[in-house]
Design a protein around this ligand. Structure first.
Ligand code: ZN
Length: 134
């Protein structure tokens, strides 16, 4: 699939990468409906932050769930979901107190400027809507 890759200051390229797959039982794969450019994408684009290696872009997104790992319970195939830029398990003390962005298992999403995205810790990271699409 094609995705945006930041190579350096004002150097964004569209390149082929492998489609995402379920790697952990807590993963989901979503087909992206929309993604955007965040202000934090612009710092390295402008050269204010160094780009040390080609970096897939995109961490704000929404889309339709295509597949889920065996442990995922809160989202199902066909559901429209909104995702967080930070992954969260929704079970640690920080998550239970409402600070999912400080989850002890937090990681940051990249690669959302593409047709499909692997979302780790899907139960905490994705918010399902009532809309079901195919
Ligand atoms: Zn947590």
């Amino acid at each position: 699939m094609r995705m945006t890759i930041l190579h350096g200051t004002r150097d964004i390229r569209i390149e082929e990468r492998d489609d995402p797959t379920i790697l952990e039982s807590t993963d989901a794969i979503i087909r992206l409906a929309a993604t955007c450019i965040c202000g934090s994408d612009l710092w390295p684009y402008r050269g204010i932050e160094e780009v040390s290696s080609p970096t897939p872009m995109g961490h704000e997104y929404c889309g339709v769930v295509e597949d889920v790992g065996s442990a995922v319970q809160s989202v199902k195939s066909g559901q429209f979901v909104v995702g967080s830029f930070a992954t969260s398990d929704n079970t640690c003390a920080n998550c239970r107190y409402g600070y999912q962005s400080s989850c002890v298992h937090r990681d940051f999403i990249t690669r959302a400027q593409a047709p499909r995205l692997r979302v780790p810790l899907a139960d905490g990271t994705l918010v399902p809507t009532r809309t079901r699409l195919r």
